[in-house]
Design a protein around this ligand. Sequence first.
Ligand code: ZN
Length: 146
Amino acid sequence: MSLITTYCSHCFTRNRLPSDKLDSNANCGRCRAALFGVTPLVGRTAQFDILIGSDIPVVVDFWASWCGPCLQFSPVFQQVAKELEPRIRFVKVDTEQETAIASRYAIRSIPTLMVFKRGEILAQRSGSLPPSLLREWLLSLTNRDE
Ligand SMILES: [Zn+2]
């Protein structure tokens, strides 16, 4: 058994917990709220490094409100988040609000999905995809890593 570090969905504090407790309803050591959310977190510049520094892979959906395919993809992302958190963590970044993050990763087409682990990019892809393919893609990344 090892210890893993990941962020709290409410106060963004880094928490450390045993890797075999990931499926439990863990609470944050600081704010006591549920550590894992069932809806994608809104990623902001101030906490972005904490989010992507997680030991658990984090998938980020880069989107914008004017982008039709992004809006169509949004419920897909939400649905798969509900299924896969906390195995994988889900974050959305509004590229118009958070321009610093968007330019740091040179986001040119949206939606773009990027998977991070401990601050590094594990994988990325552009364009919308159906829930089955999103699930399959994300699980293939976590399995490869184990
Ligand atoms: Zn907290």
